[in-house]
Structures are given as structure tokens and as C-alpha cells.
Design a protein around this ligand. Structure first.
Ligand code: ADP
Ligand code: MG
Length: 682
């Protein structure tokens, strides 16, 4: 069979060495690359009924020339040509700029097809493109390619057409006939051809459908194969935990577990018991009770004779977790310890010794935990909290550390399902989708910044009832002077406003970690009533007496981040409030404030956030580990993504996939990716 990726583009008529250089800047080196260089969008040249056209819309209409063209010159070389067209029942004007020669070509009663911007009020089309004669459906959809260098859209189309003429029949099919039949998918050649030269909307749709499925299936096969490989080669520990002790521990908790907590505890336990290494993501909204689940998992590993570790992104969080875990686990006789960079000298040495001797059962800390000379006697379980902060890379490093402990990743930022199964495709996912009973929803209001007086009045009322409040100011970078200033200014204002009545504290990323801890402790002990802070309090911090969250410039935060911030209140039994101070300029901005005020469900918000911001921005930075698809769109094609994931899972787990000739192409693909040999994915 011809390998189209081995044939240089110069084999195509019209492509010389120079053009080949231009094409190479677009990543096109071979005929195969050229054939698979798909358009990123289409111009729509279908005829439009003017009755349905919007003002300013770009439309294509056909019309009869109804008046002699009138030509007007202005400026040095500028001209305008007006002609009246009868299009259906509409008598409109078509305006051509700087094409004086057309005057002679446009004869009364001739038919012409024009495309341009429709001024609905004045009934004028400003023509961008035209063709003499009737409209033809052939060019209804003009593909638009992403271009670099000097190659033009039309030229590229010509090259692709030639490539199809010469090599179209050599485009191999990679999907097995059974799947194509099941989903009625075009073959690969037809699909690619229709993407480049769509004859009708329906053929474009079918072409997309086929390519989207293919892209998702290949991606998911890779993920599932990686998962299988890691499971089979991980030499995981089969943890023989003591079920009776675990039950006893669960019964000793101050509350019954929710059904969702029970379910994920079972999922985690099954992983720990299995000889495979656990590689599981635990998702749950703020306040859904992940910490207890973590405690149960840690307790299990201890009953099996191992040690556990919990890694969190900040020191404050480490301390809080250490506190709550020692409370939860301490009564059950578990020794917990905290390791951060502030544990120094002798104390540190002693701690590390105890750890190595197995006298410490659970170690809690920042990522210093995996980077330094920390040796466990017998590490069985590693849990990381708020893992998206650690980034994709660290996630992998951690997994490769140590003697194959089970690994559980926890996140309080609900990740939309579509993203979860792509970015975390090689992991198992558990979701706590239920809140503990009796939780009050946080009342959220959006106020313009000029309502600050009233907001402060409201805050005063809460404070007078013995409650506390957070005030958040936007911070972008910890080194960013302006924004830190912002928090400082607000702090100064509030200090003045509440003087002699309530104490205010200030917290931001530029404070030393000792200072941060000091402020945080003062706030937890209610020695500070109003805490002005940047987003450093975003994650995990737990002060149940705080019932009010005020967020300045709220439009500058993502929905998920706002939700995280809001999650700092509503942790006690009293009604809590969140006030978003914002004057968003755009419609999207206003929409986001409205969504926040209406929605308390983190998963729902994350889906909206994804819709409004797009997958690339969702995780903030570029290195989000999101795969790039040529045709598929993770949001719009999410159904196909789920279908492909199921299919991939079934294929990889089945026997037939690894033997049947029908799957030879797909196996070949997997071989090329290297996952079967345990190579890294990127
Ligand atoms: P998060 O998922 O945000 O980490 P936490 O684990 O901190 O949530 O739990 C939030 C609060 O809910 C804690 O005070 C915890 O004790 C409480 N909690 C957890 N599970 C339950 C439950 N099943 N019933 C009642 N309260 C619970
Ligand atoms: Mg938490």
C-alpha cells in the first residue's frame, strides 16, 4: 500500500521547491499532510431569503439588474458604483466600491449573484464578491484554511484537488467496517473529500461526523491503552485492609456518610485491594466532604500495614488538613505529622527519622513531600488535594515516585465531564455529586460597585451578630504591584470604616508564609473579623464562623474561581452570603454574574465556564494537557466523545481487538504512539 506520508508534496502538479518551503511552514510536507490539512471554517454562500436576513449580516442573493449602473468618483482613485437589483420581491441597491470597469459589464435584465453586507434599514448590499449569472450551489460552502507564508486559500484548494486526483484512492481506511456500519460513517476518503469540497450541507455534516468520531476514538484508544499498560506494569500493592476496623472507624464519625461518599469509598477500596496501582481522580464540589473520604482511605492503608501521605499546594492548607486529619484519625490511634518548609533543623531531622522507622502513619505537607529527602518505611497511599494546581507534569512525576503506592487525586474544582474524560482520560474518575444533608445554599448577589455603602452596611449587620467576613480583591501575579496595592488600599479603607468596632486583617501572596499563617490563625480564632485578601484564600481554607464573602471586581475571575472563593463561606450552620461587586462591560461579563447569582452547583458552573471561555482557557495556562483535535470540538461534539470513549474501552479490554485483522489499522496506530511500549504520552 502507498504510504501517502512518504510522498513529498512536490509530487503534486504545481508544487515546486519554493512552494514546498511555504507549505512546510504550515506543517505540510507530504501528500498525506496535504490531504489531511482540513479547513478550520467555511464561508457560507448559500442564497439567503432577504426576509430572513439580519441587519449587517453577510448574505448572498441573486437578482436581476433593474436600473442602469450609476458611477461616482471621489478622492483620487476611489469610486462607487450603484445598481438596483430585483431580488425576489425585493428591490434593493447593490454597491460596488472601486470597480468602475463593472459599469460596462452590468446590463439591464442580466442576472447577477452578489455577496456582501446587508443594510436592512436602507436596503443596500455592499458587495464583497459577485459572479455574473445565476447562483450555483457548487460553491455554497467555501472552505477557509489556516494559512501561513505566501500560499493563498484558492491555491491551496487547487493543490488539494490535484492531490485527490492523483492519490485519493490511496487514502487508507482506519476504522473497522463493523464500527462504520454501526454508526453509518463515511469511509475516510469520502469524508476527507467532503471536508475539502463539500457539495451540500448534509455531506459536510456527514464528513465531520466521521472525522470527529475517528479523532475521538483514536485519542481514547491511546488513553485506554495507556491505562491498561500502566495497570498491568505497575506492580501495585494489593492492600489487605481490615474491613472491620474500617467499618468501626466510619461508625465513629460524627455524621453518617452520604450515599455519594459511600460509593466513592467503595470505588477507592476496590482499587486499593486490587493488585493494580490506583490512579484515580476524586471530584467533588466544595464542601461535599472529600476530606472524610481521604481520611477513610488513609485509615484503610494503615490497617493494611502501610503509611499514607497527603500532599496539598499551600502551607496554610497543609496545616488545616493536618489539623482536621489528626482530629479525625487521632482518636483511632493514627499518628499524623505535618511537614512543610517551616519544619526545620532538629525537629525536621527527628520527624524524618520517625517517618523512616514507621512511627508516623500519615504525613501531610506541601510538595516538599515528594521532592526532598523524605523516605517512608512503607508508603501505600498518596493523596494529592486540589491537584489541578500541580499541573499535568507533576501529576506524572508523583505517579512515578516510590514503590508503586496507590495514588488518589482530589479536586474541588469540578471539571466538566467532557474535559475530565479527555484530560484525565487515562485515569479512573470518582465523583461525589451530593452534598451532606442540611447544607444551606449560599445566597449570592451581584451589586454594582457604587452600592459599596450598602454592602458594607450589610456586612456590619453580620459582624454585629458575631460573624466574620472575607473581602477579596483581584490579584493576578504575586509580583504584580498594582493588584497587591489594591488589596492594601481596600484594607486601609475598611480599617478606617470599621475602626474601634471590628478588626481587619490583610493577606496576600507577598506576605511571608509565617505572616500569612499568623493572619490566618487570627482569623480562625476570630481575633480578626474582616479578612481582606487576594485569592490566596481560594482553596480549602475552613473558617465556619465566616458567613460573608465580598468579591471586588468579580468580573475579573473565572466562574470556577468565583465558586471556589464563595465556598469559603457556608461552612457552618448559619446562612451565608456572597456579594459580587462588579461592573462588567460586556454581555458575557453580565451573563457570568447572573449565572453566579443563580447557580450554586459547581458542576453546572464549570460547564458554563467552559462554554463561555473555551477549553484552552479553562485551566488557565496553556500547558493544560488538552489534546488538539483537527475537526472535533470537545464541547459541541461531547456526545461523540462519550461514545468513542465507551467504544475504546470495550475494544481495549476485549480479546478480539488484539487479534482480529479487522483492527489491524487501529493496532498499528497504537504501536506508533508508543503507549504499548510504555512510552510517555504528550
Ligand atoms: P471538601 O469536599 O470541600 O473538602 P470537607 O471535607 O472539608 O469538604 O467537608 C466540609 C464539611 O462537611 C466539613 O465540616 C465536614 O466535617 C462536613 N461533612 C463531610 N461529610 C459529611 C456528611 N456526610 N454529613 C455531614 N457533614 C459532613
Ligand atoms: Mg477540601
Amino acid at each position: 500500500m502507498t504510504d501517502l506520508f512518504a510522498i513529498p508534496v512536490t509530487d503534486i502538479k504545481g508544487i515546486g521547491d519554493e512552494t514546498a518551503v511555504q507549505l512546510s511552514t504550515m506543517g505540510i510536507g507530504s501528500v498525506g499532510d496535504l490531504l489531511e490539512y482540513v479547513p478550520y471554517r467555511y464561508e457560507d454562500y448559500r442564497l439567503k431569503d432577504l426576509a430572513e436576513a439580519e441587519h449587517d449580516e453577510r448574505v448572498t442573493v441573486e437578482g436581476k439588474i433593474h436600473s442602469a449602473p450609476s458611477l461616482m468618483f471621489y478622492g483620487k482613485k476611489k469610486s462607487r458604483l450603484n445598481v438596483r437589483l430585483l431580488s425576489g420581491s425585493y428591490l434593493i441597491q447593490a454597491t460596488f466600491f472601486n470597480q468602475p470597469y463593472l459599469k460596462k459589464k452590468l446590463n439591464l435584465q442580466d442576472t447577477i449573484t452578489v455577496t456582501g453586507k446587508w443594510d436592512k434599514n436602507r436596503q443596500i448590499i455592499t458587495v464583497q464578491q459577485y459572479s455574473l449569472g445565476q447562483h450555483t450551489a457548487k460553491g455554497d460552502f467555501e472552505p477557509v484554511y489556516s494559512l501561513k507564508g505566501s500560499v493563498k486559500n484558492q491555491t491551496l484548494r487547487k493543490f488539494i484537488r490535484s492531490a485527490f486526483e492523483d492519490y485519493g484512492n490511496d487514502i487508507p481506511e482506519n476504522l473497522p467496517g463493523s464500527l462504520r456500519l454501526q454508526y453509518k460513517l463515511l469511509n475516510r476518503k469520502e469524508a476527507l473529500f467532503n471536508l475539502h469540497f463539500p457539495a451540500a450541507p448534509s455531506s459536510l455534516k456527514q464528513a465531520r461526523r466521521r472525522m470527529v468520531y475517528e479523532e475521538f476514538l483514536l485519542f481514547q484508544l491511546k488513553m485506554q491503552a495507556l491505562r491498561k499498560f500502566e495497570r498491568e506494569h505497575s506492580n501495585g500493592i494489593s492492600q489487605n485492609y481490615d474491613l472491620n476496623k474500617i467499618k468501626e472507624f466510619i461508625n465513629s464519625l460524627p455524621f453518617p456518610l452520604t450515599d455519594a461518599q459511600k460509593r466513592v469509598v467503595n470505588e477507592i477500596s476496590a482499587d486499593m485491594k486490587s493488585p493494580y496501582r490506583m490512579n484515580r481522580l476524586l471530584q467533588g464540589d466544595v464542601g461535599s466532604g472529600k476530606t472524610v473520604v481521604a481520611a477513610i482511605a488513609l485509615f484503610s492503608t494503615i490497617t493494611a500495614g502501610y503509611q499514607g501521605a497527603l500532599m496539598v499546594p499551600t502551607e496554610i492548607l497543609a496545616e488545616q488538613h493536618a489539623e482536621s486529619l489528626s482530629e479525625l484519625l487521632g482518636t483511632a490511634g493514627v499518628n499524623t505529622a505535618l511537614l512543610t518548609s517551616s519544619v526545620k533543623g532538629k525537629r525536621r531531622k527527628l520527624l524524618l527519622e520517625k517517618l523512616q522507622e514507621g512511627e508516623i502513619d500519615v504525613l501531610i505537607g506541601t510538595h516538599a513531600l515528594i521532592q526532598e529527602e523524605v523516605n517512608f518505611k512503607n508508603l501505600g497511599l498518596v493523596i494529592t488535594d486540589e491537584q489541578h494546581r500541580f499541573g499535568v507534569q507533576q501529576r506524572r512525576v508523583l505517579r512515578e515516585k516510590g514503590e508503586s503506592p496507590d495514588v488518589l487525586f482530589m479536586t474541588a474544582t469540578p471539571i466538566p465531564r467532557t474535559l475530565a474524560i479527555t484530560v484525565f482520560g487515562e485515569m479512573d474518575v470518582s465523583i461525589i455529586d451530593e452534598m451532606p444533608a442540611g447544607r444551606k445554599t449560599i445566597e449570592t448577589y451581584w451589586a454594582k460597585q457604587d452600592k459599596l455603602e450598602r454592602v458594607l452596611g450589610f456586612m456590619e449587620k453580620e459582624l454585629s451578630q458575631g460573624r466574620q467576613a472575607y473581602v477579596i480583591c483581584p490579584l493576578i501575579e504575586e509580583s504584580d504591584k498594582l493588584d497587591v496595592q489594591n488589596a492594601i488600599d481596600v484594607h486601609a479603607q475598611l480599617e478606617f470604616y470599621f475602626q474601634n468596632r471590628y478588626k481587619t486583617g490583610l493577606m496576600h501572596g507577598r506576605l511571608h508564609s509565617d505572616e500569612k499563617d499568623e493572619v490566618m490563625k487570627d482569623f480562625s480564632r476570630n481575633e480578626i473579623q474582616v479578612l481582606v485578601s487576594t485569592t490566596v484564600v481560594e482553596v480549602g481554607v475552613n473558617v465556619p464562623n465566616a458567613t460573608m464573602m465580598v468579591i471586588y471586581d468579580a468580573e475579573r475571575f473565572g466562574l470556577s474561581q468565583l465558586h471556589q472563593l464563595r465556598g469559603r463561606v457556608g461552612r457552618g450552620s448559619s446562612q451565608s452570603y456572597c456579594i459580587l461587586l462588579a461592573d462588567p462591560k460586556t454581555d458575557v461579563g453580565k451573563e457570568r454574574m447572573r449565572i453566579m447569582a443563580e447557580t450554586n452547583d459547581g458542576f453546572e458552573l464549570s460547564e458554563k465556564d467552559l462554554e463561555l471561555r473555551g477549553p484552552g482557557d479553562f485551566f488557565g495556562k496553556k500547558q493544560s494537557g488538552l489534546p488538539e483535535f483537527k475537526v472535533a470540538d470537545m464541547i459541541h461534539d461531547y456526545r461523540a466523545l462519550e461514545v468513542a470513549r465507551n467504544d475504546a474501552q470495550n475494544l481495549i479490554q476485549g480479546e478480539r481487538f488484539w487479534q482480529d485483522p479487522e483492527y489491524a489499522e487501529l493496532r498499528g496506530f497504537l504501536e506508533q504512539t508508543g503507549v504499548l511500549q510504555g512510552e510517555k504520552l504528550d
